[in-house]
Design a protein around this ligand. Sequence first.
Ligand SMILES: Nc1ncnc2c1ncn2[C@@H]1O[C@H](COP(=O)(O)OP(=O)(O)OP(=O)(O)O)[C@@H](O)[C@H]1O
Length: 469
Amino acid sequence: MQVPHLRRYSWAPEAATQLTLITAHVPQNVTLMSAGHARSQRVGDLMECGTWSRTVLQRGSTATGCAVIEQLMECRLQRGAPTFRATGQMKQNSEGTITFKLVPADNKGAQRESKVRVRAHFDYNPDVDPYIPCKEAGLAFQRGDVLHIVAQDDAYWWQARKEHERSARAGLIPSRALQERRILHDRTQKNGTDLDSKPGSCASLCTTPPGSPRLPASSSTSSCRQPKTKKIMYDLTENDDFDREQIATYEEVAKLYPRPGVFRPIVLIGAPGVGRNELRRRLIARDPEKFRSPVPYTTRPMRTGEVPGREYIFVAREKMDADIEAGKFVEHGEYKGHLYGTSAESVKSIVNAGCVCVLSPHYQAIKTLRTAQLKPFLIHVKPPELDILKATRTEARAKSTFDEANARSFTDEEFEDMIKSAERIDFLYGHFFDVELVNGELVNAFEQLVQNVQRLENEPVWAPSMWVQ
Ligand SMILES: Nc1ncnc2c1ncn2[C@@H]1O[C@H](COP(=O)(O)OP(=O)(O)OP(=O)(O)O)[C@@H](O)[C@H]1O
């Protein structure tokens, strides 16, 4: 009996292993007796569907299954459609066999292959995803991986392969729509309300999306401690709720090629005290003509010995308030009643002068900095493990940046807070970073920084596709 409403999905073109998804409207209750996957079948052989093995399909429901077919040969594609058969036990009209016919994609399918590349903003493991129609056909990936999307025909399951594994077979990944619904559903469940608990509906997807990050405990240091005067700090009363609300799924990316004489700003983000300024200072000291940092603005009165435009650009409070309101600052903060900030214009003027602008702002500046205009290269400077963190800072007699007088060493609590703060930054913004750099041994960390800066100047790197257009 031919099942009506059979939908076919094209083969993932160019893949050594062919992947087929079928969705069928089920006219009767059917118990599928098949098991296993079709492998290296010859023309006319029966293939069985692994995911439907011993499954009862309810009348009127829509079932999705898939087969992973390896080494499908050319002649097979030319000679006709392989038969995909499941033996069913009919509960209503008849008994017998249901035969699904799958037609391999013709050239049109190949033409349809998408050119889309996305960067994954979450980890995915099909082995622990109860909703994937065929675990074996799933593609596991990690946050930050660049994926080539080869088919987006299905609303919920895309076919993709990892960009750096071009010869590998394409696999199933959740579509953006599915992942968004999964995350929203998870959040709704956490809030104690279940919007849609219909079985089989997408909104009733798993309660904990595989690989979804957990919110690390907020660092007491990062939210309470007073900053010292010399720094430009954010208004730390600002909370991160906005960032947590964002749904991180996929971001479309494209290769951004270096342009001679135009350098992307290098932005060092990290937990307070981790060593961003130390690395920035070293980079500038290495080649002061090339690497530069913008002079910050402040509304505080000029002190004896200071020169306008050298330590700070001094401005009136009203002017700076208005400019912040107009979005002209990439970062700003208030300390002891005075405003401090870095203007977008000063970043641009360094770039326009053919220099590399190096910034080490508060992590919340990512939101204002990450624009197509500035195209920043974001580096997360992370602390090493606690014992290495303590040992390296003690040996270097590092001074705590939490001490206003800058006279004492870091305390154990400050080291622990640094690690917690780094986890939080990773949770909130981890998907935005181009590179992670662990600042254990300073010499090694600096070397890594230099290598990344050189790579940026010489090689194309993945960036949001909007920036490339
Ligand atoms: N890898 C390292 N090994 C030893 N000491 C380090 C290392 N990195 C930084 N330091 C020292 O730690 C102290 C804090 O570094 P730095 O001022 O760069 O921190 P920061 O990230 O800019 O923090 P803040 O934003 O609070 O100013 C400095 O004394 C610096 O020399």
